[in-house]
Design a protein around this ligand. Structure first.
Ligand code: PDD
Length: 298
């Protein structure tokens, strides 16, 4: 395990998390930004969620590349180099006590008088925090989760990991209110992704996930599953999934950095296959856990 790196800016407390704000490490209760920050007034910013296992970052370079792509798409210059990001994130991780962590980072267009036009001078706000990363419940691997389908009413730039998540929040809450754990979104008769996850189905023993493009987030977990399938010579196709194919699938999974690979065993109240995570899920999940184990010992 790596040792905490101390800086003169650091603060410490027994039980309060330390967060990063614009180059400083401070107690969460001491981290303040102006109400004029464009993240607050416009949702004008982007974010990443990166898991760390035994304080080792999961696919950091992939997350930093996606962050850079999101920043480029919304025309904010990346405020830190890849090396500076890595150092700052590692320092944050080492200054917090938990072994497994979920790092949340966001970059906004910064503080400026409220005006839709971009401010003349760029001064992005960078905020990072980390929370304990919970182990997936054993119940989930026995019974899976339930999901419902909902109309994908988001904008058409879903590849940008925008902090403007109101549509996703409303969709996920609707699923929860209806007793499900996730919403699988349908646009023009095709499934795109979950409210906070990517989508895979198994059809004729082949894994299928929708191709990357503006209608879904290019998930880091999704990419690892694609890589695992290629390494293990498991049939995998990146192609559109119609609503009918979704409902007739052998298996359905939703994937994300925090959910990992969750098998959907009930969709719109109907049981999928025999109501348990299927054999393809077990196989990919085993490889995924193996990947995590390698990371832990690195
Ligand atoms: N969300 N699609 C959407 C809309 C998401 O919000 C997420 C993850 C994913 C999966 O991406 P990844 O495998 O890189 O985590 C797909 C994060 C976890 C969140 O918003 O908290």
């Amino acid at each position: 395990m790596k040792k905490p790196i101390s800086t003169s800016n650091n603060e410490s407390s027994q039980d309060e998390p330390i967060v990063y704000l614009n180059g400083k490490y401070v107690l969460l209760s001491h981290a303040h930004i102006s109400v004029l920050d464009r993240g607050f007034t416009f949702g004008d910013g982007v974010y990443e969620v990166i898991p760390a296992y035994d304080k080792n970052l999961f696919r950091l370079q992939h997350h930093l590349q996606r962050l850079n792509d999101s920043l480029t798409a919304i025309k904010i210059s990346n405020p830190l180099t890849a090396q500076q990001w890595q150092q700052s994130i590692e320092q944050l991780i080492n200054n917090n006590p938990y072994d497994d962590q979920s790092i949340y980072l966001q970059v906004t267009r910064g503080i400026a008088p409220r005006d839709h036009r971009f401010p003349h001078k760029e001064n992005p706000t960078v905020f990072m925090m980390t929370t304990p990363l919970e182990e997936q419940s054993s119940e989930m691997s026995v019974s899976g989760i339930s999901a419902i389908t909902l109309n994908d009413n988001r904008w058409k730039n879903c590849h940008i990991k925008s902090i403007s998540l109101l549509a996703n929040v409303l969709l996920l809450q609707e699923a929860l209110d209806k007793g499900a754990k996730e919403a699988i979104l349908l646009r023009d008769g095709y499934a795109t992704e979950g409210a906070a996850s990517n989508l895979f189905i198994v059809q004729n023993d082949c894994l299928i996930t929708p191709p990357k493009g503006p209608l879904l987030l290019p998930g880091i977990t999704r990419d690892l599953i694609v890589e695992i399938a290629q390494q293990q010579k498991i049939c995998l196709k990146e192609q559109n999934i119609s609503e009918t194919e979704l409902h007739n699938a052998q298996e359905i999974w939703v994937t994300s950095s925090t959910k990992e690979i969750a098998a959907v065993t009930r969709l719109d109240g109907k049981i999928i296959a025999d109501g348990k995570p299927g054999p393809h899920w077990h196989k990919i999940m085993q490889a995924y856990q193996g990947y995590k184990r390698t990371l832990r010992t690195s």
